[in-house]
Design a binder for this molecule. Structure first.
Ligand SMILES: [Zn+2]
Length: 142
């Protein structure tokens, strides 16, 4: 390979390198922005734990059972002992009656601080239509 052939290829090679570098930089920036957004601090409700009265109220409405229902299976039959934030407290979910769902220990641990999908919330609201009293909010406001 002589110098003339290198000089002849130079413009095409650098163009491809610049495109690859620009692609890598844009991917890295997109990942950084996504990471910052996922770690942003939410405005948290100063009240962290549901009151015993709120838990007793919702527990009575749902028959003392866990409110989790898998997509194709019947509703969980275990006792709903844990008051869970539907929208997690760590993600700005309020400690209010409409953001409370009763879960068994297993489903509470499994849910952790995940935000439920729109489908899950829709299905929960539809189920709560049967056992929540009229006029009570069935889901937290988004
Ligand atoms: Zn359960």
């Amino acid at each position: 390979m002589n110098v003339d052939s290198l000089l002849h290829r130079w413009p095409h090679t650098t163009g491809a390198l610049w495109c690859a570098a620009a692609l890598v930089v844009s991917i890295v920036l997109a990942c950084a922005v996504r990471r910052v957004r996922s770690h942003r601090s939410y405005q948290r409700d100063p009240l962290r734990v549901f009151s015993q009265q709120d838990k007793a109220t919702v527990s009575a409405w749902c028959g003392g059972r866990c409110e989790h229902k898998p997509l194709l299976l019947p509703r969980c039959r275990a006792r709903g002992t844990a008051g869970d934030h539907l929208v997690p407290h760590s993600k700005g979910g309020p400690t209010t009656l409409e953001n409370l769902q009763m879960l068994c220990t297993r489903h509470n641990l499994r849910k952790s601080n995940k935000t439920p999908s729109r489908l899950y919330l829709y299905r929960l609201a539809a189920r709560r239509h049967a056992y929540f009293p009229d006029g009570q909010p069935r889901l937290p406001r988004r």
